[in-house]
Design a protein around this ligand. Structure first.
Ligand SMILES: Cc1cc2nc3c(=O)[nH]c(=O)nc-3n(C[C@H](O)[C@H](O)[C@H](O)COP(=O)(O)OP(=O)(O)OC[C@H]3O[C@@H](n4cnc5c(N)ncnc54)[C@H](O)[C@@H]3O)c2cc1C
Length: 402
């Protein structure tokens, strides 16, 4: 079987590695390497464990993260267009969570992705350094157009990210309400060993600072339909950078990129396969809508796609596996999201983070990708101080819709 993979990010490279090791004929199309992807670069312990058989991630440039600092800005209620009060920013509440060694590293995506691709090539996958400009599926196979001409394959794996051409050709593009926009700055010349999560109420979520080797990746994310322009969001991030002094002296390079952000009903009805195609990673919409962890899901879905192709009835095998191992969990996260970012819940959470070692342990596991959403609510409530739990459960005005 000839397998074409469009996209050599984590999803495509992982699929290529698994298939090539089993002797499949694999061509992977991507003209972008070497490149740095707009991304926080946070790679969780579970993602590192998954690829430990293929790459030595310790040889990639990466920053091991020792702790996460959570901030609730006093100006939490300000909206994206409003200027923030610097004093409020610096006097907001804060709590720190220590992370286990290996729970999270912040990687250079240029190096991490290159290592995955190199492993796939070593295993026998062929890289065609070309952008795919069209994909057509027929009864006998797939035709892929590139500027160098067309190629035929029996099956295509779409691993071409949130703007996936393969997805647009074989299924339907993401609707606007299925996407969020992440925007911010790479702050070159400064770094750290902690991640910073600063909760904001509008858009509901957080500003993050992830210390990549040699620069901080600082950003904010909003639903594409929430009415915030990319410029307003970036201006807000710039104001936060200025007020906190987190990137003093740095050269700021702006970025903006879409992230799939599926509602619960979409996560429960994922479109991932047909008779001659499979969608993986961002192209399939597999990103946690709260933590924005997508690298693990890209790697895992690349592996599931490859393993399914090595069996009979690959399309249904893959769809069932994605639903069981990712769809349900992402659906739970989507249901949880609205309540999680509500200011009343963030207030309770911040106090609990300051006072309760148990809550800090839950958040450490959430950051490391070790805490599922099925029992997050119960684990949080069990570990809250009694008064906080009582408030969370009974205060009608501040009741979090978990
Ligand atoms: C600002 C931001 C911050 C993020 N932070 C994190 C984080 O800290 N941790 C985390 O786990 N996730 C994070 N994510 C999500 C993560 O970046 C993605 O989920 C992940 O990269 C998905 O991997 P992928 O292989 O599916 O796609 P991608 O990594 O997007 O790779 C797709 C590849 O396909 C190629 N391609 C695209 N179109 C074509 C074409 N037509 N022909 C050939 N090649 C093509 C591209 O060049 C690219 O190399 C973040 C995302 C953003 C935008």
């Amino acid at each position: 079987m000839d397998i074409a993979i469009v996209g050599a990010g984590p999803a495509g490279a992982r699929a290529a590695w698994v298939l090539a090791r089993q002797g499949a004929r694999v061509t992977i199309f991507d003209a972008s390497h070497p490149r740095e992807k707009p991304c926080g670069g946070g790679v969780t312990g579970r993602a590192l464990a998954l690829v430990a058989d293929a790459i030595d991630a310790t040889s990639c440039a990466r920053t091991p993260i020792h702790r996460a600092r959570f901030i609730r800005l006093r100006a939490c209620g300000a909206s994206a267009g409003q200027a923030l009060d610097p004093i409020a920013l610096t006097t907001g509440e804060s709590a720190t969570v220590d992370l286990d060694r290996g729970a999270l590293v912040v990687a250079s995506r240029a190096e991490f992705d290159a290592a995955l691709l190199h492993a796939a090539q070593q295993a026998g996958a062929v890289l065609e350094s070309a952008r795919v400009t069209d994909v057509r599926v027929d009864a006998d196979g797939v035709t892929l157009e590139t500027r160098r001409g067309h190629r035929r394959a029996d099956v295509v794996i779409g691993a071409d990210g949130a703007n996936s051409l393969v997805r647009r050709r074989v299924a339907r593009p993401f609707r606007r309400d299925q996407l969020s926009i992440a925007t911010g700055f790479f702050a070159h010349g400064v770094t750290s060993t902690e991640i910073v999560i600063a909760f904001v109420a509008d858009p509901p979520g957080y500003i993050w600072s992830f210390p990549r080797p040699g620069h901080l990746a600082i950003g904010i994310c909003a639903e594409a339909t929430a009415g915030h322009s990319s410029e307003a969001l970036r201006a807000r991030t710039a104001e936060w950078i200025r007020a906190t002094g987190i990137a003093r002296g740095a050269r700021l390079e702006p970025y903006a990129w879409p992230i799939p952000s599926l509602a619960a009903r979409d996560a429960n009805e994922l479109t991932v396969s047909g008779s001659r195609w499979l969608l993986t990673g961002d192209a399939a919409g597999l990103v946690d809508p709260i933590t924005r962890e997508g690298i693990y899901f890209a790697l895992a879905s690349g592996q599931w796609a490859a393993e399914s192709l090595l069996r009979d009835r690959f399309a249904s095998t893959y769809a069932s596996r994605v639903a069981a191992e990712a769809g349900r969990e992402l659906g739970r996260a989507a249901r949880f999201k609205a309540g999680f970012f509500r200011p009343a819940f963030i207030n309770v959470l911040m106090r609990a983070l300051q006072q309760s070692a148990g809550v800090r342990a839950v958040m450490a596991d959430l950051i490391a990708g070790q805490q599922g959403y099925a029992d997050l609510k119960w684990r949080l409530l069990k570990t809250f101080e009694i008064g906080l739990a009582w408030r969370a459960l009974t205060s009608s005005s501040s009741r979090p819709a978990l």
